[in-house]
Design a binder for this molecule. Structure first.
Ligand code: K7E
Ligand code: CUA
Length: 666
């Protein structure tokens, strides 16, 4: 049943009261006979105790069974190390992509102990195998400043890494453990044509050979790094040899954003702890006090186009396998400038036209809006008020400030709607402020004016609007990513879910539509893309190795299954399909090394199988067409019934076979 658009609007006009009968304004002629005057919709709302606003919100956001969401939200997963895909406006959780953390459902990290994305993404000099991460900032690849639906990058806050996801199959293809940084927060953000994925270190590290230095030498021996990881334009992989870093003072480089259009070629990094606080000791205060002493920290303005040229001219040093522009060179070549920014700021977000750089104060109840025109002029005129202790020129804040807009307590992040408005989250006030940009963004009436205060539940971090950080935002929906849920969800033990709230921002004032208490770990940032920009595979070409997206040399066709002993290995070339493994029996002797190459020879959509081996911590998932190789030593005698863990067919329970590990001499 389709509700005609006109009458739906009438229905939506119903205000706060309980929907009852004729008050809803539904007439039989317009809505079909089964929903006559005072009819079924009103009765449903009434019987469920829904107010008019709640019923209207439900109708505005429902995506009926079998129908699709027009938008996907790619949300980070905090310390789960994952990415979630959430349909907008349905707020249904559609998929979880493991990036830094092992996941037995997708077989990610349980297929092999010797190879694979996770082991290759751990620098063995840093620690042992890293099998978790802390994702904050997903970054969809862009073409001309718009999401292009090819790849997704995300940072690992915990370990200073970037994960790369291919949106052809929504799988993680690479983890790049970035040299010289121990943690990574500011980013990932991609340049407008996906030349680079950028991330900076949130806490500086010693530049000593062994990575250690006492905190007494913090100012001299600790450094931050801004990392420009080059993106291969065919595969989306990050290419270390083409990447570079810029050495920075040991401030805490926090969030970052790329310039676009008017500010293309620049990157902007917030920082805090210009005080160089190192924590409580006999004469020092705790970090949170020490790092909040000064009135200002420094916005880092980086001319990355110039940096590229300096790298090409060879004015670099090599440090741990990556090209680094030393701090003195960054200063002398005019790559790095500072602008004072109040006070322990958090988010920096560039307006869609690129003209305004909006700094959220965190400890300042306002956003400070810098103008790129004024920044460029100050740099050109060498209008500096001295340097910081490392010699970085400081542009006077008064020379570049277009506005200082009072919003409320705890501003964190800003998104744009493409209609001249900005939306800024207030963590402490649990609200979103809708305010206007200024003349450079085409706003002449009421520039830099607060329009609405939208309450959220509770303690919002980021917020997301479709394309909200691109050159072309679509001001339809807005999602508030709230850290606390308090009374919004029934009790689930002492740990509460985070709570995402969906708003209709087509409407003035914006209206809440629904919420998604998320039964997983905390998303920080999210990006929302129109689904028509995505073009995923439904099945792989036969024998595809998803890591390379090419045909695996171990791909096996039906009828070619075999077991080969050579070079000290037992190579098993196996196929899987509904509802059997071939071969079904794998006889070996204890101590033999196995390489099992499995190909899912299905060509039907959705026909996924797995290869689960009891007592071996082994679970490989095979989507249709996929080839996976697993490697392990048969180190214990026994008969192990491997099986398919995905319910694939009527004979799914019969889909198993035998790994027979005989004792020596049997
Ligand atoms: Cu504000 Cu890591 Cu982007 Cu959390 S960060 S909210
Ligand atoms: Cu294949 Cu169950």
């Amino acid at each position: 049943m389709k509700i005609p658009a006109m009458k739906r609007r009438d229905f939506l006009k119903v205000g706060g009261g309980v929907v009852a009968g004729a008050a809803v304004g539904i007439t039989g002629t317009n809505l079909g006979n089964n929903l006559g005057a005072g009819g079924e919709l009103a009765a449903v709302a009434s019987s469920r105790g829904l107010t008019g606003a709640e019923a209207r919100a439900a109708l505005t956001s429902v995506v009926p069974p079998g129908k699709y969401d027009p938008y996907f939200m790619f949300a980070s997963g905090g310390h789960s190390g994952q990415i979630s895909i959430i349909g907008i406006p349905s707020m249904r959780l559609l998929k979880i992509i493991p990036v830094f953390t092992r996941d037995s459902f997708s077989g990610y990290g349980f297929g092999t102990d010797v190879d694979g994305v996770i082991p290759r993404g751990s620098d063995p000099t840093k620690s042992n195998l890293l099998s978790w991460g802390d994702t904050h900032h997903p970054a969809l690849s862009e073409t001309e400043g718009r999401y292009d639906g090819r790849w997704l990058y995300v940072n690992d806050r915990a370990n200073g890494r970037i994960g790369m996801v291919d949106l052809a199959d929504y799988k993680t293809k690479q983890i790049y453990d970035i040299p010289n940084i121990g943690s990574a927060h500011g980013g990932v953000f991609v340049t407008p044509d996906s030349e680079y994925a950028h991330v900076s270190s949130i806490t500086p590290r010693p530049i000593t050979d062994n990575g250690y230095a006492p905190l007494e030498s913090y100012a001299d021996l600790y450094r931050g790094f801004s990392s420009w990881c080059a993106i291969d334009q065919t595969t989306g992989h990050l290419v270390p040899e083409k990447s570079f870093q810029i050495e920075l003072p040991p401030y805490n480089q926090d969030l970052a954003d790329m310039g676009k259009l008017a500010s293309a070629g620049y990157g902007f990094l917030n920082s805090f702890n210009a005080e160089l606080s190192v924590g409580m000791s006999h004469k020092n205060p705790p970090i949170e006090i020490g790092a909040a002493k000064n009135k200002y920290d420094y916005l880092h303005v980086i001319d990355w186009k110039k940096a590229e040229k300096v790298v090409a001219a060879g004015k670099i040093i090599m440090r741990n396998g990556i090209r680094v522009i030393p701090l003195e060179v960054a200063i002398s070549e005019g790559i790095l400038h500072f602008i004072p920014e109040p006070k322990n700021p958090h988010g920096v977000e560039v307006s869609p036209d690129g003209n305004y750089i909006v700094i959220a104060g965190k400890l300042d109840p306002a956003v400070t809006v810098y103008s790129i025109t004024m920044i460029k002029k100050a740099i050109e005129d060498k209008n500096f008020e001295g340097t910081d202790r490392y010699g970085v020129p400081i542009i006077p804040i008064t020379a570049v400030t277009a506005a200082h807009v009072e919003l409320g307590a705890g501003p964190l992040h800003t998104q744009y709607d493409g209609k001249g408005n900005a939306y800024t989250s207030l963590f402490i006030d649990s609200a979103i402020i809708k305010w206007t940009l200024g003349p450079d963004a085409g706003v002449t009436e009421k520039p830099f004016t607060v329009l609405e205060k939208i309450p959220v539940h509770y303690n919002i971090g980021h917020l997301a609007i479709p394309g909200g950080d691109t050159v072309a935002p679509v001001g339809t929906y807005m999602v508030a990513l709230n850290k606390w849920s308090l009374d919004q969800v029934q009790k689930l033990g002492p740990q509460h879910p985070v709570n995402l709230e969906l708003f209709d921002i087509n409407h003035t004032p914006p209206r809440v539509l629904s919420s998604l208490p998320l039964g997983g770990s905390e998303p920080h940032y999210a990006q929302i893309i129109s689904v028509d920009r995505l073009n995923p595979l439904t099945v792989y070409p036969p024998g595809t190795n998803p890591e390379t997206m090419a045909k695996s040399e171990f791909a096996t066709a039906s009828g070619q299954e075999r077991i080969v002993r050579a070079d000290g290995f037992v190579d098993v070339y196996a196929t899987v399909m509904r509802s059997h493994f071939t071969p079904e029996q794998i006889p070996v002797t204890v101590g033999e090394k196995l390489r099992i190459h499995l190909t899912n020879i299905e060509t039907a959509e959705n026909a996924t199988h797995t290869f689960a081996v009891p007592n071996h911590n082994l679970q490989a998932t095979l989507d249709p067409g996929e080839t996976v190789s697993v490697e392990f030593t048969a180190d214990r005698v026994g008969s192990f019934a491997f099986y398919c863990a995905q319910f694939c067919s009527a004979m799914h329970m019969e889909m198993y076979g035998w790994l027979l590990v005989a004792p020596t001499g049997a």
